[in-house]
Design a protein around this ligand. Structure first.
Ligand SMILES: Cc1cc2nc3c(=O)[nH]c(=O)nc-3n(C[C@H](O)[C@H](O)[C@H](O)COP(=O)(O)OP(=O)(O)OC[C@H]3O[C@@H](n4cnc5c(N)ncnc54)[C@H](O)[C@@H]3O)c2cc1C
Length: 290
């Protein structure tokens, strides 16, 4: 399925992000999560790709399982960081052979462990987009950052780089999450003013734990709002169910506002869990928003 064709016939779409399991135990809970998420009849499910090829086999196997065992539409993320042209072609050929039609081309970040990038690796996602478009018929999307990418000199400069990715052939944008929709709306407005008129799909990250929220926000530069900090402060520190429920409420509020503002769909970062996503989607269904 080519995502841009999907959005021509269906809006809003529902989709989930998954990543390959890192252990046998994680594989068991991933399997349960997949079944619970599949029951919500998502329009597609995306699979991450570890920079430097660290999850190459795992990403392939997960895409295969989702598409061919579970009958789900898939979106393959592809991080080009450090890979040479032959590796890029090998991965993309294998995705093509699986019947994948849409990919999201990202640069990726240097892996924490010792890793020597290939001398001919591509420096930016824009280069990867052009590489893919020259050789394949995939529907190619790119990442966007409502608050600006963490390494970008400014949000305005980052927007110029995003425009460059679209000029090189990207057809849609999936955004990093933010906890305050004003960042997303402002970003979408700035995109439109810059002539970026492709579908911009917002990513939504429910709060699963305080530690995870803090770690990820630090990594990607997402602002944790005062409202969230105050809501969490009002909970007992060991009230895990209370925190998850708070995260669900926050995500439902965010998705409601986004869906009322004509987004092409909602893309939920599941962290390979299903409880929060299922509750969020059920509540959006009940409200008649999806
Ligand atoms: C929806 C989504 C999915 C993701 N999936 C994955 C995944 O599967 N695997 C993974 O490893 N990571 C993934 N990431 C994370 C992503 O790889 C990192 O955020 C990475 O740091 C940037 O990737 P990019 O594609 O946005 O890079 P780019 O668009 O190349 O930008 C990277 C940085 O360089 C700057 N820049 C861009 N072009 C230029 C230029 N010509 N000159 C100077 N500076 C420039 C940008 O402003 C930015 O600061 C994902 C992110 C999102 C939002």
């Amino acid at each position: 399925m080519r995502l841009v064709d999907l959005w021509k016939t269906k809006r809003p779409t529902l989709s989930f992000e998954l990543f390959p399991a890192r252990s046998d135990k994680a594989a068991v809970s991933l399997e349960q999560a997949i079944d619970a998420l599949a029951a919500l009849d998502p329009d597609f499910v995306s699979v991450t790709f570890g920079a430097g090829g660290s999850t190459r086999e795992g990403s392939h196997q997960l895409l295969k399982k989702l598409k061919h065992e579970k009958g789900l539409e898939v979106l393959a993320y592809f991080a080009g960081y450090g890979l040479g042209p032959d590796d890029i072609v090998a991965v993309l050929d294998s995705y093509q052979a699986l019947g994948v039609e849409s990919v999201l081309a990202v640069r990726g970040d240097p892996p924490r462990e010792e890793f020597k990038p290939h001398p001919d690796s591509l420096p930016y996602a824009a280069d990867l987009v052009a590489f893919i478009r020259e050789r394949y018929s995939f529907c190619v999307g790119v990442a966007g950052y409502p608050e600006g990418h963490i390494d970008a000199p400014s949000p305005a400069q980052d927007l110029d780089y995003l425009k460059h990715k679209l000029d090189r052939g990207a057809e849609y944008v999936i955004t990093n999450y933010c906890y305050d929709n004003r960042f997303f709306f402002d970003f979408r407005e700035r995109c439109r003013r810059a002539g970026i008129d492709v579908p911009i799909l917002p990513g939504v990250m429910p709060i699963y734990s305080v530690k995870m929220m803090e770690t990820l926000a630090k990594l990607c530069g997402a602002t944790i709002t005062d409202e969230i900090r105050q809501g969490i402060a009002a909970l007992d520190a060991d009230d895990k169910p209370g925190l998850v429920a708070f995260g669900i409420d926050q995500a439902v509020r965010q998705c409601t506002e986004l869906l009322q503002a004509d987004v092409p769909g909602i893309h939920i970062y599941t962290m390979d869990r299903s409880t929060s996503a299922v509750e969020i989607v059920n509540r959006l269904h009940t409200a008649g928003l999806m």
